[in-house]
Write a protein that binds this ligand. Structure first.
Ligand code: NAP
Length: 531
């Protein structure tokens, strides 16, 4: 649910903003600390007139929090008069039937208890003992996102008043801060507590988009660019646009809000750096949607793999893809590693079973399934150009299937090291013409976009091969494959490898076979559309 904060400085403007907000939002938050001459009765009446369904939150922030200073520790001193005025506004909100009254944790136990008791007396609409359910106990940190232990401590400090909603909003400096913050959502669900857990700032935007999918009670969005109530807030129009993009056909709304219990989320993420141009979200979301899976696959650009994995444990993330440069680095933080991944020395897939993380490798399967579709591997000779992670996956798979790899690499020592490990021959690049093999596989980035005019080998050499495979999928047809095709070789593409390694990931996460043809189609369409 999207909640629009009403931050106008006058009652007149606030009435105008409420009218517009009620048309698009599920909730509004009336910021009485900002609306100087605000008449709460007029504002609530206007909201009710415009929408019977809109949820109304009333709050009156401390000056320091409103000015985005660090007041989460309650260090700011307010006069008794200011405190009394604020309490009077919040009590009036109760009398006027606001759905939620937001009071800051830093107001202290006495103020919170006073408001809680008032809710119970109120107009009699709240059952005795349920007064606190109208309360949102909130804390804001405009400087940082604390560690998980501190976030959980804040959660419990808010929760001890038995509020309807706990709200924790902090400033994100790193993308990982979002993961830590969002890990509070399943934590709150475990405690049967509704929560609003969000990060502020440019780097916190992903939490504003993702949190409702994970079970956050709501996310905030501004009515317009000049009406943000916190840094990094997107506009309601932007949020809706993102929602449409995430939901594919533009018809669906954000999923119904969780009640905090029994929600079987199945979210997946890609961890890497960079991830901006990755086609994995498109491919995986298409496949997961076609399988009728709830939840989404999103890319996260991370800097600290240890923090990212810690967050996966705490959050309801069922699986992750791992890409450059973390395929080896994540291994030390996992609970278990499959035999394949151990031998390859790289993990590209993580499966999360209730916080127990297992690493696997599906890159080798991506290569092997692609090869199997075209040929019998057993007994055949394969030239592998390259000695990096993908070359290792290829050598491992070929040996496992009974084939014979030959390593060819630019840097001799890297190539020799790999050859020794897999007990196979090594040749330098300028000796490649001496090798007789059935299939040549390029595992280097040579020929990849934007350097599409490059090829790792002279075209004259290709005549000797029946099969030529390139692991690069952008462009779909590399110069190597183009030249191999012209010389009568059967070509095998990096797109097929990409689809098969992704499909094998989905099998590990869901136990189900995805529609590989559909996955290939969407990626191919995207690559040929030039977007
Ligand atoms: P990596 O670990 O960095 O290894 C790259 C290898 O390529 C190294 O052996 C390196 O040789 C060699 N190389 C790099 N530039 C070269 C050049 N200009 N001339 C000759 N050799 C060169 O990389 P990786 O993780 O294996 O990835 C390699 C490629 O596979 C990337 O293009 C990646 O996008 C692709 N890939 C595709 C899929 C898929 O699903 N289709 C999946 C994974 C990876 P040195 O030892 O001399 O440095």
């Amino acid at each position: 649910m999207i909640c629009i904060p009403i931050t106008a400085s006058s009652n007149k403007e606030a009435l105008h903003d409420i009218e517009h907000s009620c048309l698009t939002a599920g909730a509004i938050e009336i910021r009485m600390d900002l609306i100087v001459d605000g008449s709460l009765s007029a504002l609530i009446a206007a909201a009710r007139r415009n929408s019977r369904k809109v949820e109304i939150i009333v709050t009156c922030r401390k000056k320091a929090e409103a000015a985005q200073m660090d007041a989460a520790d309650g260090s700011e001193k307010e006069s008794e008069d200011q405190k009394n005025k604020k309490m009077a506004i919040l009590k009036q909100a109760v009398d006027l039937g606001a759905d939620f009254i937001d009071i800051e944790l830093s107001e202290g136990a006495d103020a919170i208890q006073e408001l809680k008791s008032y809710c119970e007396k109120g107009d009699g609409s709240v059952k005795k003992g349920d007064g606190s359910k109208k309360l949102i106990i909130s804390c804001h940190d405009f400087k940082r996102t604390p560690g998980l232990a501190r976030l959980k401590e804040l959660f419990h400090q808010c929760r001890k008043y038995d509020p309807g909603i706990v709200k924790i909003v902090t400033f994100a400096h790193k993308p990982e801060d979002n993961l830590r913050m969002m890990s509070l959502i399943p934590y709150a669900q475990k405690h049967k507590q509704e929560i609003i857990a969000l990060c502020m700032g440019e780097k916190g935007r992903i939490s504003r988009v993702m949190a409702p999918y994970l079970g956050n009670y709501l996310t905030f969005a501004a009515l317009g660019r000049d009406a943000q109530s916190a840094p990094g807030q997107l506009t309601a129009a932007e949020m809706k646009q993102i929602n449409i993009l995430l939901n594919g056909d533009g018809q669906q709304q954000m999923p119904a809000l969780s009640t905090g219990q029994d929600r079987q989320l199945k979210n997946y993420i890609l961890l890497g750096n960079p991830v901006g141009h990755s086609l994995s979200p498109l491919m995986h979301n298409t496949a997961l949607h076609a399988l009728g899976q709830e939840g989404r696959y999103n890319a996260f650009c991370v800097y600290d793999p240890a923090a990212a994995l810690q967050a996966i444990r705490g959050m309801d993330i069922r699986g992750a893809s791992v890409t450059i440069p973390f395929k080896s680095a994540v291994m030390e933080y996992l609970d278990n590693i499959s035999e394949d991944a151990l031998q390859i020395g790289a993990v590209n897939t993580i499966v999360n079973k209730n916080g127990y993380l297992t690493g696997a490798n599906t890159d080798w399967l991506g290569i092997i399934v692609t090869l199997r579709e075209a040929m019998t591997i057993k007994g055949k000779n394969f030239v592998i150009i390259g000695a990096g992670g993908t070359a290792r996956a290829a050598a491992y798979g070929i040996v496992r299937e009974g084939g014979f790899p030959v390593i060819v690499n630019r840097t001799v020592e890297n190539g020799k090291r790999l050859a020794v490990e897999f007990d196979c021959p090594f040749y330098s690049l300028d000796e490649i013409d001496k090798i007789n093999a059935d299939c040549l596989i390029n595992t280097t980035p040579v020929g990849m976009y934007p350097r599409i005019d490059q090829s790792p080998v002279d075209s004259g050499l290709l005549t000797g091969y029946k099969y030529v495979m390139d692991v690069i999928y952008n462009p779909l047809e590399t110069r190597l494959l183009k030249e191999a095709g012209l010389r009568g070789c059967r070509v095998l593409t990096g797109l097929d490898m990409f689809v098969h390694q992704g499909a094998e990931q989905i099998k590990l996460w869901t136990g189900r076979e995805p529609d590989r043809a559909l996955m290939k189609k969407v990626v191919k369409e995207r690559l040929t559309s030039g977007e």
